[in-house]
Design a protein around this ligand. Structure first.
Ligand SMILES: [Zn+2]
Length: 378
């Protein structure tokens, strides 16, 4: 689509210089028409560039948002990983505690088992032993009581350890659940990061494509500008050849009563191509339909729709390589070839072409090259 557009434009540009020499009736007007077409192509390219630049801005904003989201996702992932590691350590410690408690329980059960066996299974012998070893009855009772207390203590301790084991088991189960949850969170953090990683590279790819298209358009616009310059020279030569033209001196301000200049002649940064470019005239705001006067006597060499940028325009040739141009008109009041007097109404102020409000962009050209109009009105 883009390629074919460029090819069409290039083909048109290559064909036209040949046709100019073969044109018959009005070569000057044809050259101006041709320049007008180039200007229209350039306008289209600039519009496309403009919209690409807007898209680029949006995409860049989106990219910076994605990068922010990605950064957040990375932080979330690190946190989730830390949390998981922490809870895994806790699970590990809790499992070790449980093992230890189980071991304690087993040891204690064994000790108690032995003692109980000693007392109750081999009790008769023990009692006899105790009895024989006892110095008297009170000593015997003391010894029996001692064993009883020993067994009771063991049983209590055993109960304690069982309770302890239960607690550690519960704690371990709880921690394992916590660990599973942390693992899930970590996995979703991994997925979120992956998602933003993919979005980021897709966006960067889109931006690279937009930048490439912009470069192509810049080249296209530069080519069209060069073609426009060549045609400007053709127009200049044709004007110089116009020996029968009426000669006039620029001296009449085209908008009596309106002397405010809203934009001066001179170099400025072009709002679209971002390149330094010349504002080729002065902008004079005035209400729509204010009559526009010819700045000097001359021959009308152009009248009508000029370009998307200039809208309706009149160009007057004043001889000696001088010409004036009055774009953005709501309506022109002359036709090609008319001889006009200085101060004659040639059209009416409007806002056609690239214009934010009714005004005249007064342009003065010397040998086809724009010069500062204010030099002629001092
Ligand atoms: Zn202007």
């Amino acid at each position: 689509m883009r390629r074919s557009a460029i090819i069409i434009i290039l083909a048109a540009v290559m064909v036209f210089p040949m046709t100019i020499s073969t044109l018959s009736a009005d070569p000057l007007n044809d050259a101006i028409q041709r320049q007008r077409q180039i200007e229209q192509s350039r306008k289209q390219a600039e519009n496309k560039l403009n919209s690409l630049q807007k898209t680029e801005e949006i995409k860049k904003k989106e990219l910076s948002m994605i990068i922010q989201q990605l950064d957040t996702a990375k932080i979330n992932l690190t946190e989730a990983e830390d949390a998981l590691r922490e809870v895994e350590e806790e699970v590990q410690i809790s499992r070790e505690n449980l093992e230890e408690t189980k071991q304690q329980l087993a040891d204690r059960q064994e000790t108690l088992g032995k003692r109980v066996r000693n007392i109750y299974e081999e009790g008769q012998l023990s009692y006899l032993d105790i009895l024989f070893q006892s110095t008297d009855l009170s000593d015997f009772i003391t010894r029996v009581e001692y064993f009883k207390i020993l067994v009771e203590n063991d049983q209590n301790l055993l109960a304690d350890i069982k309770e302890q084991k239960q607690l550690v088991e519960n704690k371990t189960a709880e921690l394992q659940q916590k660990r599973d949850l942390a693992a899930e969170l970590q996995q979703s953090a991994v997925n979120a990061k992956l998602n933003f990683d993919q979005k980021k590279s897709a966006q960067q790819k889109t931006l690279a494509e937009i930048e490439k298209s912009q470069e192509e358009l810049f080249i296209q616009i530069e080519k069209l500008e060069a073609d426009s310059k060549k045609l400007e020279e053709t127009i200049r030569n044709l004007q110089a050849a116009n020996k029968n033209g009426v000669v006039g001196t620029i001296r009449i301000w085209p908008l009596p009563g309106y002397y405010t200049i809203s934009s001066d002649y001179g170099w400025r940064i072009h709002p679209i191509t971002r390149k330094r470019s010349l504002h080729t005239g002065v902008d004079i705001p005035a209400p729509a339909w204010t009559p526009l006067l010819a700045a000097a006597e001359g021959t009308v060499i152009y009248s009508g729709w000029y370009s998307a940028a200039y809208g309706n325009a009149v160009i007057i040739d004043h001889g000696n390589g001088m010409s004036t141009m009055y774009p953005h008109q709501v309506k022109v009041a002359t036709k090609y070839g008319d001889i006009v007097k200085a101060g004659q109404v040639i059209g009416y102020v409007g806002s056609t072409g690239w214009s934010t409000g009714p005004h005249t962009h007064l342009e003065v050209r010397k040998n086809g090259v724009p010069v500062n109009p204010m030099d002629y009105f001092k």
